[in-house]
Design a protein. Sequence first.
Length: 223
Amino acid sequence: MADDSDDHRCSLGHLPKEIVLQIAGYLDLPALNAFAQLNHSTLALLTSSLFKLDAKLFSQALCWAAIHNNLTTASKSIAAGADVTTVTDQDDLIKGCTPLMLAAYHGSLTVLTLLLAQFDTNPNSRDRKYIRPPITWAVKHGHAGVARALLKDERTDPNLQDKFGDTALMTAVTLRPDMIPVLLSGNRVDPRVSNTQGATALSRASQKALKSTSSSPPIYDLS
């Protein structure tokens, strides 16, 4: 009776781990990712390789984690050597961003805290289009916890200006009055910084006060 050759076959998912790792060394990132998905064993075996290869390229796993506030992925990515200063266009809404900026933009406080703990992280990096620092993005989107975390970091300059010359405080006065107390609590913002049109946070607050009615929110002391 002829042998059934199928009885002697070994599927890729059941290869010895030494061979799996050797094969993985020849694969690019998309192929390695597909290979890792064969079964739970290959995924467990190749997860470290995936993060290391991603870290050698553009650290996209870290950027994804910053967008989605995924601490596990962010931690594994950093442990594998991901570049916390990498710049990406991964988010369609904001271009030329570091992982920290993405975390600030999306309100990913857990990952942002992890990133701030890294020596090489620059909390004053700015995106390519609006030239806005993380603290201004946090204020613009109302992420109070993120803004507080950034203010606690001595490296953060809360008076950085975007391409229009606006600071985080100017943005708060115009768009997010509820964020004004958060910024003032740090005792580091300067309400006298002027933008490209010569306006300051103080002058904007004064203009809003003149237009306000009896039902308007309270005016904060910026002096």
